[in-house]
Write a protein that binds this ligand. Structure first.
Ligand code: BES
Ligand code: MN
Ligand code: ZN
Length: 501
């Protein structure tokens, strides 16, 4: 990822200028002061190009003007939309669009000029910092395995400066944000890595490495989990040659003795479906089935780098769901750590089996103030909500509402779905306390959430089904196509809003 720098004045007119200058324009399309100066230096070229174009300053719009007299320079205009709607996220997204436009035009260096009309509430320093954050996020790339790529096929942009008069203020805000971007890059990396590289053992090792940021990291292996009675989680991993792991990450930045907020993640490093095996076509996508755990790990990383004033714990259940001679069979009955028994009717409904023990362990050991789990849990959530919004389920309106609000602020949005006794009844079975699938295809994401709720012991809890939002096939404003790291920005902001006040 490219880390932008800051400068107080654009280099326009100087001998060593950038290849391109980016300006943000709201939907009045009024030229900002430096744009006006540039326009007069070019006898009105910019105003003429703007008038002749379709550009209306709406969000997502861009206009690239070539032929300005500074050799090789381009002027790029990026829409901000209506001044009354401009927020931090607007600048992040606009800067992300700028990065796309710059790379599309093979530009090597650029300056993003942040000059906002007085109708915009956002402070210039914050606006600039968030522009830098959005730009950095958009320059993420998972390119490590492309060994034969020609330079001309790689993104060209290698120098980016954000221009704002208040450079000191902007730098101060940006320091944390740019660190958060690193945590997001780390999260995207581990989600993108294939199953032969990221498996329970290697992911647990990576977690250990986060101790250098001040996190306390504990790793439980199969013997320890067996002692704790985690028959539900262990059943999922028993067909794999890799040892299942439970990783506990703790950040203690809050008051001593203050109960933590807990995050729990599904970490199925590869989901073949097990004996209830998935069809071959598209199975490779299931390398991302640990995205919930990656979001938890990435959030704890974020809390540590920004020294958040909170006590937080992240628990991730890491398993590989494989079919082999030792694999769990459909019909097997397992006993979870909670003591409740589960009839495993479909070995492909494995995420809930992993979370059952991870959730129970978390609430019983830490007595958290609130507990949020993230999981690529059901294909049905994609059918219901598509790939932008996560499914939100909760037993607590305050938790649900604060999560949804944080999501709106950072652009990681969700939609709440119901829980209820009628759905809960759908996972009852004659031979055990519950079964891991319901009978038909109805309400598949809800019955999965109901299953989880049986393991939260009335702790204020929310479940985010991120099977759709963890991966994007098409790029988003600040996310190149691929792993989105959905959850990191959201949980970081949620914790800041609710627990660090
Ligand atoms: N990891 C999958 C969920 C998934 C499916 C994520 C498609 C992204 C895209 C999960 O383990 C799974 O296989 N769920 C089953 C549940 C079913 C057997 C009740 C599903 O959704 O089909
Ligand atoms: Mn599955
Ligand atoms: Zn799965």
């Amino acid at each position: 990822m490219l880390t932008p720098k800051f400068r107080a004045q654009p280099s326009t007119g100087s001998k060593k200028h950038a290849h391109a200058f980016v300006f943000f324009l709201d939907d009045t399309c009024a030229l900002t002061p430096s744009l006006r100066t540039l326009d007069s230096a070019h006898s009105g070229l910019i105003a003429r190009a703007l008038a002749a174009s379709e550009f209306e300053g709406k969000t997502g719009q861009s206009l690239v003007i070539v032929g300005t007299k500074d050799a090789a320079s381009h002027v790029v205009l990026i829409g901000l939309g209506s001044t009354k709607n401009v927020k931090e996220i607007t600048l992040e997204d606009a800067a992300g669009h700028a990065v796309s436009a710059l790379n599309a035009h093979k530009i090597h260096s650029a300056e993003l000029v942040v000059e906002l009309s007085s109708a915009i509430k956002l402070k210039p320093a914050a606006a600039a910092a968030h522009a830098a954050f959005g730009a950095k996020l958009k320059t993420y790339r998972f390119g490590k395995y492309k060994t034969k790529e020609k330079p001309k096929d790689k993104p060209t942009l290698h120098t980016l400066e954000v221009v704002v008069r208040e450079t000191d203020g902007a730098k101060k805000i940006a320091t944390t944000l740019l660190d958060v971007a690193d945590a997001i890059g780390f999260t995207r990396d581990i989600v993108s890595e294939p199953g032969n590289v990221i498996h329970p053992e290697s992911l647990a090792e990576l977690c250990k490495g986060l101790a250098k940021h001040g996190l306390k990291v504990e790793v439980l292996g199969e013997a320890q989990m067996k002692k704790l009675g985690m028959g539900s989680l262990l059943g999922v991993g028993q067909g794999s040659v890799k040892e299942s792991k439970l990783v506990i990450l703790q950040w203690s930045g809050g008051k001593k003795g203050d109960k933590p907020v807990a995050l729990v993640g599904k970490g199925v490093t590869f989901d073949t479906g097990g004996i209830s095996i998935k069809p071959a076509g598209g199975m490779e996508e299931m390398k991302f089935d640990m995205a919930g755990s990656a979001a938890v790990i990435g959030t704890l990383y974020t809390l540590a780098v920004r020294k958040a004033k909170v006590n937080a714990v992240g628990v991730v259940g890491l398993v590989e769901n494989m079919p082999d001679g030792n694999a769990q069979r459909p019909g097997d009955i397992v006993t979870s750590m909670s003591g409740q028994t589960i009839e495993v009717l479909n070995t492909d409904a494995e995420g809930r089996l992993v979370l059952a023990d991870a959730l129970w362990y978390t609430q019983s050991r830490f007595k958290p103030k609130a507990m949020v789990d993230l999981a690529t849990l059901t294909g049905a959530i994609l059918v219901a909500l598509g790939s932008k919004r996560a499914g939100l389920f909760s037993n607590d309106d305050k938790v649900a509402e604060s999560l949804a609000r944080a999501g709106e602020e950072v652009g990681e949005i969700m939609w709440r779905l119901p829980l209820g006794e009628d759905y809960d009844g759908m996972i009852n079975t004659d031979v055990a306390d519950m079964k891991n699938i319901s009978d038909g295809r109805e309400a598949g994401s809800i019955t999965a959430a109901q299953f989880l709720q049986r393991f939260v012991n009335d702790v204020p809890w929310a479940h985010l089904d991120i099977a759709g939002s963890a991966w994007c096939k098409k790029p988003l404003a600040t996310v190149p196509a691929g792993a989105t790291a959905y959850g990191v920005r959201l949980l970081d902001r949620w914790i800041a809003n609710v627990y660090e006040g």
